[in-house]
Design a protein around this ligand. Structure first.
Ligand code: GAL
Ligand code: CA
Length: 341
């Protein structure tokens, strides 16, 4: 019985494989994808990833439904139950709480539905290994912090006037994203580690985190720092993402202060701020390719094919079942290459 079944499966898989991937196969037309964004209020997730998930699903001829989890993990758990009841072919999930992946993986496993997690990597040990049909699409979080740090270090060295008090130490403020989010933790750590690794001392004057990575947070915290006792000591503003950087820029403008400032994501607005000399650099977080990889893997998984088959994606060699899309430095020299033509 087992033998016959696997023989039939093998034939089916060859047939499915023969219809290929380029331009959307006939098979993918029957695929329904249940997806979410952890919070539609997030600039990067709503502005870059969501539109490309919709566009690329349409290009592939697959049906996608994307719901807003409104920053609530409990809401996402319910949304998964609804997708399972609707019998979606595959789940593409952006965790709200990176430490709550196990619950979702268990639900998918029980329903035997493949699951692609994207953007927020599961932090619970053993979560990814607990189901053979779960994969991750995101980045190597540390890379964004290192690239941001390298840009800042090069500019710091090239601009001796940035060391306002001439003590050789970088007095910085940090706008951090969601505590516990691998991207936020790694960017916060590695951006300044680049300085200390190069033998340059740093001093953190203030750090404030926001689970929603929001412009409002950036504005409010920067405004408060600019009226604090250490206001005149600030030499560098480090932002875990562009959304918070935009808020900091508003606050700086309102106070009539100019400071070196860096973000991550390379949103269109960030490129305009670089053009206007209001931002010194950002790091491309390639949401377009992350969205495409998410759906390529999801569609393959729904068709019971090896997830990267017929695609340009490769699973990382570290056994994490992850596709990691590279980050790219965006500076006043090359930002034009990233602007939409
Ligand atoms: C990061 C991104 C942030 C925010 C966050 C949400 O990768 O840089 O701007 O969108 O994801 O999880
Ligand atoms: Ca200094």
């Amino acid at each position: 019985m087992k033998k016959t079944l696997s023989a039939i499966m093998a034939v089916l898989m060859v047939v499915a494989g023969a219809s290929a991937f380029a331009g959307g196969s006939k098979d993918s037309g029957k695929i329904t994808i249940g997806a979410n964004i952890y919070n539609f209020a997030d600039n990067f997730m709503n502005g870059v990833m969501k539109p490309e998930l919709e566009r690329y699903a349409a290009e592939k001829g697959a049906k996608i439904e994307i719901v807003d989890s409104e920053g609530q993990q409990a809401k996402l758990n319910d949304q998964i139950d609804v997708f399972i009841t609707k019998k979606v072919s595959v789940l593409a999930i952006n965790l709200v709480d990176p430490a709550a992946a196990k619950t979702i993986i268990e639900k998918a496993k029980k329903a035997n539905i493949p699951l692609v997690l994207f953007n927020k990597e599961a932090t619970e040990t053993g979560a990814m290994a607990s189901y053979d049909k779960v994969w991750y699409v995101g980045t190597n979080s540390a890379e964004s912090g290192i690239i941001q740090g390298e840009m800042m270090l090069a500019d710091w060295k090239a601009n001796p006037s940035w060391d306002k008090n001439k003590d050789g130490v970088v007095q910085y403020v940090m706008l951090k994203g969601e505590p516990g989010h691998p991207d936020a933790e790694a960017r916060t750590k590695y951006s300044v580690k680049v300085f200390t690794d190069a033998g340059i001392k740093v001093q953190q004057l203030a750090l404030e985190a926001d689970p929603n990575w929001s412009t409002q947070h950036g504005n409010d915290k920067m405004a408060a720092w600019l009226t604090s006792s250490f206001a005149k000591d600030i030499e560098l503003v480090i932002c875990n993402n562009d959304g918070m950087a935009f808020g900091a820029i508003n606050a700086l403008k309102a106070a009539g202060v100019k400071l070196p400032l860096y973000g991550v994501d390379a949103l269109d607005q960030a490129l305009s701020h670089i053009a206007a000399g209001e931002m010194n650099g950002t790091v491309l977080n390639d949401g377009v390719n992350q969205a495409r990889a998410t759906l390529d893997l999801a569609i393959n998984a729904a068709m019971a094919k090896p997830v990267t088959e017929g695609t340009a994606w490769k699973l990382a060699a570290d056994g994490t079942k992850a596709v990691r899309v590279p980050y790219v430095a965006v500076t006043p020299k090359n930002y034009k290459d990233f602007q939409k033509k």
